[in-house]
Design a protein around this ligand. Sequence first.
Ligand SMILES: NC(=O)c1ccc[n+]([C@@H]2O[C@H](COP(=O)([O-])OP(=O)(O)OC[C@H]3O[C@@H](n4cnc5c(N)ncnc54)[C@H](O)[C@@H]3O)[C@@H](O)[C@H]2O)c1
Length: 283
Amino acid sequence: MGAGIAEAFLAGGHPVVLFDVDSAAVERALGSIARNLAKRVARGELEPDADQVALARLSGAGDLAGLGSALVVVEAVVEDMEVKQDLFSELEGLLPDEAVLVTNTSTLSVTAMAAGLADPGRVVAAHFFNPAARMKLVEVTPGLATRPEVADQVHRLLVGIGKTPVLVQESPGGIVSRLQLLVRNEAVRLVAEGIATAADVDTAMKIGSGWPMGPLELIDMVGVDVHVRNSESLARELGSNRYQPHPYLRRLVRGGRTGRKSGQGIYDYRTSSGGTNGASESR
Ligand SMILES: NC(=O)c1ccc[n+]([C@@H]2O[C@H](COP(=O)([O-])OP(=O)(O)OC[C@H]3O[C@@H](n4cnc5c(N)ncnc54)[C@H](O)[C@@H]3O)[C@@H](O)[C@H]2O)c1
């Protein structure tokens, strides 16, 4: 996600400095951003040479102090409250007072993340969608202490790089995950109840509801394990059994069938016949 977010700001005209505790991740990100920008030039989405101009504004930092003069830092580190709190607290000691701290968390509370800081008012969440360089939607969520002008500033910044931000008050799953997870779990129940095949459920949602991917294909793409974890978290936080993942999904995870990344999930990607996207149903 960090590489995609960096690419979005870079293509939007901003200078970007990348930092990761794993320096190999910075190298991978620099490489993938360069390749993606070159592809966008080749497709005519960017002016000729725009990739070289943009790349001249991109650099990697060897340590956190390398971000010291940034006015906006977007964190996309592991989804772990303590890691994110420690990072923000360290950044607070390095950055100018007016610098804004943005979290890309999917599930954690922005209020809790900011609570221990000297200035929790400078923290706001901006939830990008994968792939972050291409997906236009960003859910902006202020925490309890976020200054309104900080949320406004981030909103304007996102509009300026061609994104479409929506304002969402702090609530588990925001808008998209809360609705998507419900539909994806309901799609699994349709198949489990024998009402339709996975391929037909996905086809129906693509043709009938204009989804670019079916809900079951999405589970496989996100990762069955990630989907189960996120569903359990929403079931707990919202107190709704509708979010409980079907036992079939837990079985898939136990069997290591975590979706596209493992070659098998709801669909079997090791074969090239049947199903949607050339995958057959894995039952
Ligand atoms: N993957 C998605 O579709 C998606 C979508 C929206 C939001 N998010 C959120 O974005 C964040 C990152 O997700 P991801 O899928 O890219 O994770 P990832 O595990 O692929 O990448 C996390 C990176 O953070 C680095 N890291 C860990 N601790 C660090 C620290 N203290 N300082 C600097 N770097 C550190 C790791 O080395 C790793 O390269 C999470 O909060 C996640 O919830 C993910």
